[in-house]
Write a new protein. Structure first.
Length: 484
């Protein structure tokens, strides 16, 4: 592990796409770092450790341990009612990206993403150098690295680039494929999307040896928990579904999503695991349904800081919708859908007058702790439903009702959405409502609004133009990297 730490530290020198090419210290350390790398990747355990380091870096507060999930990206979706004392996130919620604290937050997301990509590229640089691998490990490690590189670049595209259909030829982020001190030039939006798809398809080809892929639907149970905490075959396929949907290719997105659905390797959570009277036994994050999640070693600290009141006192930093917004999101009064498990178990009293978001609480002795879901089975149903909205809206309605039936609404699906007379507009409306219910706190709704071109994000009075939907690159990228 000591070697891993040295490699990770040296990779930090390659912060961002600019790679700090003007820093003399890099050249002083270069030969030393190459020696460490050669030692580190001399056997297959070095590649396994490098991936472990990547997953650990991804769960940092700068990325999926906060700001790429329940922090900044969720705040921008307007799903929370923030305390007025939470000044930085209130400023972010008004889309004031020029504020120093907000700008720093965004720049740190960029820098951390490219730091993780640098570590992946370092691994990929050595993986074809003749190291001995046990059967299947070469494909598993290289496939995961390529898939993660695509996954991270895609989220950067969703944050820092315009929509592909609107500006395909606009220069956007650099797609970094090498561990180098050289500045990687920007690519156009279309070029980046092509690179992302290429990496994902290569990953899927390699990951055909993945036990979660080679297992049957009946036997997947035995390998699923191991697969979920790494970038597996279905994580690559599900990400590809997202990518096609982002490009506006609904048919290809639907085909990818339906393969995930039909292969049936991720089962619906059993209702008894949700409704048990013992909080420590509840699987409120629906863990069997996670296609890809990260192990969040400090989730209890995050939950205490952002999702609990302070012994019943007001928490100025709490992330939660108000009770009124909860009732609105889950259609408790408008459609009598209060029996939804998500409404019942994701929002609990914590000593205050109103419920607060309890989705990420970590009960003492809990069986399902330290999980941060990044891709869910239910999202594949939403992507497939959107893909069928025009060609077969009635089938799309059935897909949505299958999700709802597994959220405690089995007896209400006819009233929720008529599967005999559904229209494309019905599907669009219901997908929106379902995603808002299901993915709260996971940082996905801002991308939904961007993809659909909402002129105003619900809950905000600010016009949602290009300046809202496209983050500026860090100033050092523009200054030293000659970015446009």
């Amino acid at each position: 592990m000591k070697l891993v730490n040295k490699i990770s530290t040296l990779a930090v020198v390659a912060l961002g796409a600019v790679a700090l090419s003007g820093c003399n210290d890099w050249f002083d350390a270069r030969s030393e770092s190459e020696i460490y790398a050669e030692e580190h990747f001399a056997n297959q355990s070095g590649f396994a450790d490098q991936l472990t380091g990547v997953y650990t870096s991804m769960i940092s507060n700068s990325l999926y341990g906060m700001n790429s999930t329940f922090g900044l990206m969720e705040v921008l979706s307007q799903n929370y009612d923030l305390n007025t004392s939470n000044s930085t996130y209130n400023t972010a919620a008004s889309y004031n990206y020029e504020d120093v604290a907000v700008k720093t937050m965004i720049e740190t997301m960029w820098n951390k993403s490219y730091n993780v990509i640098a570590n992946l590229n370092l691994m990929l640089q050595y993986i074809d150098n003749g190291t001995y691998f046990d059967e299947g490990n070469y494909e598993m490690y290289k496939g995961a690295a390529l898939g993660l590189r695509a996954f991270l670049h895609f989220d950067l595209m969703r944050q820092f680039a315009p929509m592909p259909a609107d500006e395909p030829n606009t220069l956007s982020i650099p797609y970094v494929k090498e561990y180098t001190t050289q500045v990687t030039p920007q690519s156009t939006v279309a070029e980046n999307m092509a690179n992302i798809k290429s990496d994902l398809k290569q990953a899927m080809e390699l990951l055909q040896v993945d036990p979660i892929y080679t297992s049957t639907a009946d036997s997947a149970y035995y390998v699923r928990s191991d697969a979920q905490i790494r970038f597996n075959y279905y994580a690559a396929l599900a990400t590809l579904a997202r990518v096609y949907q982002w490009e506006g290719n609904a048919d290809s997105a639907r085909i990818c999503a339906e393969q995930v659905i039909n292969d049936d390797k991720f089962s619906w959570v059993h209702y008894t695991s949700i409704t048990t009277s013992h909080a420590y036994e509840r699987d409120v994050l629906f863990s069997p349904e996670h296609i890809f999640r990260l192990y969040y070693y400090d989730m209890e600290s995050a939950a205490t800081s952002y999702f609990h009141t302070y012994s019943g006192q007001e928490n100025p930093h709490i992330f939660s919708p108000s009770e009124a917004k909860i009732l609105d999101i889950y259609e408790v009064n408008t459609a009598a859908l209060g029996g939804d498990y998500r409404n019942q178990y994701w929002y609990l009293y914590d000593g205050g007058a109103e419920r607060c978001l309890a989705k990420f609480w970590q009960p003492e002795g809990g069986r399902y702790l330290n999980q941060m879901p990044l891709i869910r089975k239910s999202e594949m149903y939403y992507i497939a439903a959107e893909g069928y909205a025009n060609s077969d809206p009635n089938y799309a309605a059935k897909l949505l009702n299958e999700v709802r039936a597994n959220r405690g609404l089995a007896n209400e699906t006819v009233e929720i959405l008529d599967t005999l007379n559904a229209t494309p507009e019905d599907i669009s409306n219901e997908v929106y409502k379902e995603m808002r219910k299901e993915l709260i706190g996971e940082g996905q709704m801002f991308y939904y609004y961007k993809r659909h071109g909402y002129e105003t994000i619900p809950g905000s009075a600010v016009s949602a133009d290009r300046d809202v939907y496209v983050f500026d690159m860090p100033e050092n990228e523009i200054e030293f990297g000659d970015r446009k």
